[in-house]
Design a protein around this ligand. Structure first.
Ligand code: ME8
Length: 518
C-alpha cells in the first residue's frame, strides 16, 4: 500500500546577510514537524531554501560593491551549512535563481495570464533611483531645498512606470469563502482572524512586475519586465514539487500539507498565494501556519557567546539538541517568545540533564551492574508498571493531535510528562532496595523503566534526533524498529538481549568558570 504523503515547507530566506536565530527557529520547528510525520510512517517532502531575487538583494549587493548573484552565491551556502548544523532533515533546498524555478514561475504566470487575471497598467510612487525602490508618501520627508528623501536618506522622485497587475480584487469573495469553508486553512486562530478582517475590507490589484531593474525572472513575452517579489517567491513551493510537469514523480506531494512561515508574511501566504493558485487552476495548500517572532531578552547570554543571534554560536555553546529542545518546548509555537542564557540553561538542565538524562543513566547503570548488561526479565507486571507504559502510549496520541495543528510545545510537554512520571515511578519503586528483598521484582521495575525510556526516546526523535538516537542505541533498539508503530508492546525490549555499556546522553550545562548553574 502506498504510504500517505506529507509535504511541508519553511519560508525561503533572503540571503542578503547571514542566517539569524529567526531563520534557525523556523527551520528547527519545521524539521520537528517533518520528522514527526516520517516517524509516523508518511512519505515526507520537506523543503527549505533561499529567495534570491528582488530589491533587498540588489541593495545589499550594491552597498558591498558586488553583484546580486555574487551576494547570493556567497550567502546561500551559509544557509545550507546552517541546515546541516541544525540537523535539519530537509529533502530539498531550493534557490530561486535555479532554472527549474524560472521555468515554474513563467509557467504559473502564463496560466494566470491565460485566465485573464494579468493586465498591463502603470505603477507610480516615490521612487529612489539609488535604492531602486518605491516608498509610500509617509516614508518620505521633504528636505531643506524642497528635495524629497526616502527612509534611507536618498532622494526620491515621483515615477510612473509600466507594470503588470494581478487582479487580486477579483478574488476577495473566493478567498472569504475559502476561509469560511476551510477554517483550518490559516493557523493559529489569531492570525486567521486578522486575515479575514483584512480581506473583508477589500483587496486592491497587485503590481507584479518591474522595469527599473532586471534581477529577477523575466516576464514571459515581455522581457523588459521582471517579476516582482511574490509571484516568484511563492512559486518556489510548487517548483520543488515538479511544476509545471504534472507528470513528475514529485507532483504527488502537491498540495502542500503545511507552509510554516513567520507572522510577518502570513498575508502574502494566505491571500496572494491561494489567489494565484486559484487563478492558475492549481490545488491549494492545506494549511498556512504563521509562527511568532523570537526576541533576545536583551540579557548577555554568556561570556563566550558574543553574537547570540548567530545560530552557529548558539549551537556550539549550548549543544544542538539543547537549543532545539529549548526553542520547541519553551515557546508556544505561534506566539512570540524570548530567549536568554538563563532560560536556556534552566530549561535544558532541568528537563534534559536532570529528568531524562539522570533517569536513563541511573536505570541503565543498575541494569549493567545487576542484570549482566542484558535487558532484564519482564516478570509479572504490576498495575504501576502497566500504567507507566500505557501513559507513554497515550502521549503518542496527544502528540499526534498536537502536531497536526503545529502545537509543538504541547506535544513535547506530553512527552516530558511521561519523563516526569517515569522518574516518580522509578523513585517510588526503589529498585535499589528491591535488590536485596525481591530481586525478581527489581528486574521487572528495571525492565519497565528501560521500556518506558524506549518509548520516550522514540517519541523524542522528531525534536532532539541525535540524543534520541543515542538513547535508542543504548537500549540496542534496531534502526528499523524506531517508528511510532513500534511504540507499543509489539516493539518492546526483549528480555535477555545484550545492551552496550551505559553512557551519559545529556551533559549538564556548566558555566565556563566551572560553576554549576541552575
Ligand atoms: O520574508 N523570529 O525572508 P526572510 C522568528 N524571503 N522568525 C523570524 C524572525 C524572528 N526574529 N525573523 C524572520 C522572507 N523570521 C521572504 C519569504 S516565502 C515565499 C518568502 C522568519 O529571510 C520570517 O517570518 O526575511 C520568515 O518566515 C523567515 O524567517 C524568512 O525571513
Amino acid at each position: 500500500m502506498a504510504r500517505e504523503k506529507f509535504y511541508i515547507t519553511t519560508a525561503i530566506s533572503y540571503p542578503n546577510g547571514s542566517p539569524h536565530i529567526g531563520h534557525a527557529y523556523e527551520l528547527i520547528a519545521t524539521d520537528a514537524l517533518a520528522r514527526f510525520q516520517r516517524c509516523d510512517g508518511k512519505d515526507v517532502l520537506f523543503l527549505t531554501g533561499t529567495d534570491e531575487h528582488g530589491i533587498k538583494m540588489l541593495q545589499t549587493a550594491r552597498k558591498e560593491g558586488i553583484s546580486a548573484r555574487e551576494l547570493a552565491d556567497r550567502n546561500t551556502p551559509k544557509f545550507q551549512r546552517m541546515a546541516q548544523a541544525l540537523n535539519a532533515s530537509n529533502d530539498d533546498f531550493i534557490r530561486t535563481t535555479e532554472e527549474r524555478h524560472h521555468i515554474a514561475s513563467q509557467a504559473i504566470w502564463k496560466a494566470m495570464a491565460a485566465r485573464g487575471d494579468i493586465y498591463l497598467g502603470s505603477y507610480s510612487g516615490w521612487y529612489s533611483v539609488r535604492d531602486e525602490a518605491y516608498y509610500g508618501e509617509e516614508e518620505t520627508r521633504v528636505g531643506e531645498e524642497g528635495v524629497r528623501y526616502g527612509p534611507q536618506g536618498t532622494p526620491v522622485e515621483w515615477v510612473e512606470e509600466e507594470s503588470y497587475f494581478f487582479k487580486l480584487s477579483a478574488y476577495q469573495d473566493k478567498l472569504l469563502a475559502l476561509y469560511e469553508t476551510s477554517p483550518d486553512f490559516i493557523g493559529p486562530a489569531e492570525r486567521r482572524n486578522e486575515i479575514v478582517s483584512f480581506v473583508r475590507q477589500g483587496l486592491r490589484d497587485l503590481s507584479i512586475s518591474r522595469t527599473t531593474f532586471d534581477w529577477g525572472v523575466p516576464v514571459p513575452g515581455d522581457e523588459k519586465h521582471v517579476m516582482y517579489v511574490w509571484v516568484d517567491a511563492l512559486t518556489n513551493y510548487i517548483t520543488a514539487a515538479g511544476y509545471p510537469d504534472e507528470k513528475s514523480e514529485k507532483w504527488r506531494y502537491w498540495p502542500a500539507d503545511a507552509h510554516i512561515i513567520g507572522k510577518d508574511i502570513t498575508r502574502f501566504h494566505s491571500i496572494y498565494w491561494p489567489a494565484f493558485l486559484m487563478s492558475a487552476g492549481i490545488d491549494l495548500p492545506k494549511r498556512i501556519f504563521g509562527h511568532g517572532f523570537l526576541f533576545n531578552r536583551g540579557e548577555k547570554m554568556s561570556k563566550s557567546v558574543g553574537n547570540v543571534i548567530d545560530p552557529f554560536a548558539l549551537v556550539e555553546h549550548y549543544g544542538l539538541d539543547q537549543v532545539r529542545y529549548f526553542l520547541l518546548r519553551e515557546v508556544p509555537f505561534g506566539q512570540d517568545g524570548s530567549y536568554s542564557h538563563d532560560a536556556i540553561v534552566n530549561r535544558t538542565n532541568a528537563d534534559l540533564a536532570n529528568d531524562l538524562g539522570n533517569l536513563a543513566q541511573r536505570s541503565l547503570s543498575m541494569i549493567a551492574k545487576n542484570c549482566g548488561g542484558q535487558v532484564p526479565a519482564r516478570g509479572v507486571p504490576a498495575e504501576a508498571d502497566e500504567k507507566i507504559l500505557r501513559q507513554a502510549l497515550d502521549a503518542l496520541a496527544t502528540a499526534r493531535q498536537a502536531m497536526a495543528r503545529q502545537a509543538i510545545h504541547t506535544a513535547l510537554a506530553a512527552v516530558f510528562e511521561v519523563v516526569a512520571e517515569s522518574n516518580r515511578y522509578f523513585a517510588g519503586q526503589e529498585p535499589w532496595a528491591l535488590k536485596k528483598t525481591d530481586p525478581a521484582r527489581m528486574e521487572t521495575v528495571l525492565y519497565t523503566t528501560a521500556e518506558a525510556i524506549r518509548r520516550i526516546a522514540i517519541l523524542c526523535q522528531p525534536f532532539i534526533p541525535a540524543s534520541a538516537a543515542k538513547l535508542l542505541d543504548l537500549l540496542a533498539v534496531p534502526a528499523e524498529k524506531r517508528q511510532f508503530t513500534d511504540i507499543g508492546m509489539e516493539g518492546a525490549l526483549e528480555p535477555g538481549a545484550p545492551l552496550p555499556p551505559p553512557q551519559p546522553v545529556f551533559p549538564r550545562y556548566v558555566a565556563e568558570d566551572g560553576a554549576a548553574e541552575a
